[in-house]
Write a protein that binds this ligand. Structure first.
Ligand SMILES: Nc1ncnc2c1ncn2[C@@H]1O[C@H](COP(=O)(O)OP(=O)(O)OP(=O)(O)O)[C@@H](O)[C@H]1O
Length: 366
């Protein structure tokens, strides 16, 4: 089919063009013709449109016909308009609309135990990269354990990489956080809670101590494929890298950057959320940690979508409290703090429910 001298595409021809998977647009050599060709392609669907570039060898179709040129060869040489690495708003338009219509869903899974975190972060979204840091012994593992348990209880498929503490210790903490009571003094409840815990979509990597990023990524990729993992936790990067003192700092920075790059690429490519626990550099105890306190170069802070810092004021002031600071939030930009009030009997930082004390629990700590 050939249309000559068209400045605009008549509506009535659109249905008759629907049957074709490839459309070649061959227009004149002036700016108006180029604009028309591009507009036509938008209407017709850019991924099936091909352009003939009007150059000396193939001028406008009418001239080529008069000149008795090989029209078939010119049309066969037409180049696709569409490129897999380039897009336009018209292709994104539906996605934008559906994001707006499903705003709640797009914001991610909300924590049941941390309403304050929902207010700041809005939710836990696939495809993002989070860094958690905090002083030694401040409760990074205990917090991350409850944070991920909360999500797993809502159906977020979770893969734990606990390089520092044994999986049995971690699972014990999570089980206690789920039960809300210390199970060593409530052994009769163990089977009931263990049965529930077994049903959670939780997987644990069996690595302990130093492990190469290649081997870890292979396990993570496998789990992502087989179990559709939505959240991976690495606790912590320093233990995964190995803590040998002979390793020079420069090497360690470089190694950490390579680990961060691998996980960042994985998040985006596999639409999975990764949370890395990273120790801070050595700083004076009196100072608050900042995003610059994270061990290593600037890569961790640049690549992260979210940066969470446990600030431990108990170390520096008598009435000081512990809180979680959201120091970076790419999704909404909101920053802020969530108080971390620890309940020792349930190992929980979640909001306190008024409960009747039983013999197995100790009074709430503030
Ligand atoms: N707010 C808190 N108040 C009192 N004890 C706490 C608090 N948070 C955590 N703990 C306890 O402190 C201990 C250390 O916590 P955890 O292992 O989670 O810290 P960490 O920051 O991961 O440590 P590390 O720096 O060694 O990796 C645990 O026994 C935990 O139960």
């Amino acid at each position: 089919m050939m249309f000559l001298g068209l400045a605009s595409l008549p509506q009535q021809v659109l249905p008759s063009l629907e049957q074709f998977t490839k459309l070649v647009l061959w227009f004149g050599n002036d700016i108006g013709s180029w604009d028309a060709a591009r507009n036509f392609a938008k209407k017709l669907g850019e991924n099936r449109c091909y352009f003939v570039r009007p150059i000396e060898k193939h001028p406008s179709p009418s001239v080529a016909v008069l000149d008795n040129q090989d029209l078939k060869a010119i049309i066969t040489g037409a180049q696709p308009i569409w490129h897999q690495a380039i897009t336009t708003f018209s292709s994104l338009r539906q996605d934008v609309l559906s994001e707006l219509q499903n705003n709640e869903k797009v914001q991610g899974v909300k924590w049941k135990r941390y309403p304050a975190l929902n207010r700041i972060l809005k939710g836990h979204r696939r495809g993002e990269f989070t860094v958690l840091t905090g002083p030694t012994g401040s409760g990074k593992t205990t917090f991350m354990s409850e944070y991920s348990l909360d999500l797993a209880m809502q159906g977020v498929n979770t893969l734990w990489g606990s390089f520092e503490i044994r999986n049995a210790r971690l699972a014990r903490t999570m089980l206690q956080q789920m039960a809300g009571v210390p199970l060593d003094s409530h052994l009769d409840q163990f089977d009931m809670w263990a049965d529930k815990f077994e049903c959670l979509p939780l997987y644990f990597m069996t690595f302990h101590g130093q492990q190469s990023i290649k081997v870890v990524m292979e396990a993570v990729e496998h789990a992502a494929y087989v179990h559709d993992i939505a959240h991976v936790i690495i606790d912590n990067v320093q233990f995964m890298m190995g803590i040998s003192e002979e390793a020079r700092h420069v090497d360690r920075f470089w190694k950490q950057d390579a680990i961060i790059a691998s996980f960042r690429a994985f998040c985006t490519k596999k639409n999975c959320h990764v949370t890395l626990v990273i120790h801070p550099r050595k700083e004076k105890d009196i100072e608050d940690l900042t995003i610059n306190s994270i061990f290593g170069g600037a890569k961790a802070t640049q690549e992260a979508d979210n940066i969470l810092i446990i600030q431990d004021k108990r170390l520096t002031s008598v009435r000081g409290k512990k809180y979680l600071q959201v120091a970076k939030n790419r999704y909404s930009g909101d920053l802020g703090v969530m108080p971390l009030e620890f309940d020792k009997s349930s190992l929980s930082y979640g909001q306190k429910k008024k409960k009747v004390p039983d013999e197995g629990s100790t009074p709430e700590q503030t």
